[in-house]
Structures are given as structure tokens and as C-alpha cells.
Design a protein around this ligand. Structure first.
Ligand code: SF4
Ligand code: SF4
Length: 158
């Protein structure tokens, strides 16, 4: 299986190397209970794997399937050839973000984390539960905003 990845090695920061040695053997997806969790659902089966779908796409950064990857690293752990699909997928996600192709659900989540420091909104219910448990109220932190500015992530969010 020849993988069609129209990106330069330089633009993929070395991740193209791992894509090129994936043999599409399917081991990382063969046993549903232990393999890639993103293969579940109507679009993925062990025969047409998540790895196949992502790495074999004509334009990986335009492939909506990359956003189904939950970064669990199972594929990396299971691969007998020491391939790291997740390294490639992470780089492609970054390319999609830079090209303005990231879906709203992803950019909204990024904004939530950067603006508050938390992955989920702090609701009144959350605060009540914390109060019941004797915990301090949660307050948004500005640290991630400063990191996002320094790393250029903030610019991509605008
Ligand atoms: S990442 Fe590894 S285990 Fe998965 S299909 Fe490619 S070669 Fe096989
Ligand atoms: S890191 Fe992504 S591609 Fe790899 S097993 Fe997890 S969900 Fe699947």
C-alpha cells in the first residue's frame, strides 16, 4: 500500500517518516477492545481502518476523520513496526488549524481551555458540588492565555 501524503518532510516536521513505514497491516485496529477506539461507528471498521483513512487521504489536513482521533496512543503502543500514527495525526491537526480547516467543535474547545484553563465550562452545578465538598471555587487562569500568545496559538484562534 503506497500512502499518498502530499506534504513535504519539512512541513510535517519528520512525521512523514512514520507515515511512510506504516504497512497498513491493521494490527493497531484488529482487536476492537484493545485497538484504535476511533474505528468504531459507521465510517470505520478493522478492514478500512482509521489509520488507512487518515494516512491515505489525498489531503490529510482536510480529512474530518483526523478530529476523531482522541490521542490515546494505542496505535503507537500496538504497532509491531514502531510506527506512530498519532505523531502524524497530531501534525496534520496542527496543519489543519493553521490552514483554517479545523472544525468549530475543535476551535471552541481550544478557546475554552486557553481562556479558562479548564476543558469544560465551569457551571453553577460544578460550583455547588465543589462547595458541598468543601472545595475552593474554580477561577479562570490567565497562564494558558500567555502561553497561547507566546506560542502563536492565539493568532490561529482569531
Ligand atoms: S500503524 Fe503499525 S500496526 Fe497500524 S497499520 Fe500501520 S504498520 Fe500496522
Ligand atoms: S491515538 Fe488516535 S489513531 Fe491512535 S489509536 Fe488512539 S484514537 Fe486511534
Amino acid at each position: 500500500m503506497v500512502i499518498n501524503v502530499p506534504y513535504t518532510r519539512r512541513s510535517l516536521k519528520g512525521s512523514a517518516d512514520v507515515a511512510e513505514v506504516c504497512l497498513m497491516c491493521g494490527v493497531c485496529c484488529a482487536v476492537p477492545e484493545y485497538g484504535c477506539p476511533a474505528q468504531y461507528g459507521s465510517r470505520f471498521t478493522p478492514r478500512h481502518t482509521y489509520v488507512y483513512d487518515c494516512l491515505g487521504a489525498e489531503r490529510p489536513s482536510s480529512n474530518p476523520s483526523i478530529w476523531l482521533c482522541v490521542s490515546c496512543h494505542k496505535c503507537e503502543e500496538l504497532c509491531p513496526y514502531e510506527v506512530s500514527p498519532i505523531s502524524f495525526i497530531k501534525t496534520v491537526k496542527q496543519a489543519a488549524l493553521e490552514e483554517g480547516k479545523a472544525p468549530d467543535v475543535a476551535t471552541t474547545e481550544i478557546e475554552q481551555v486557553v481562556n479558562t484553563g479548564y476543558a469544560f465550562p465551569i457551571t453553577a452545578s460544578t460550583e455547588r458540588h465543589r462547595e458541598d465538598l468543601g472545595l475552593e471555587p474554580l477561577r479562570p487562569t490567565g497562564e494558558l492565555r500567555r502561553i497561547a500568545e507566546a506560542t502563536g496559538l492565539r493568532r490561529l484562534m482569531r
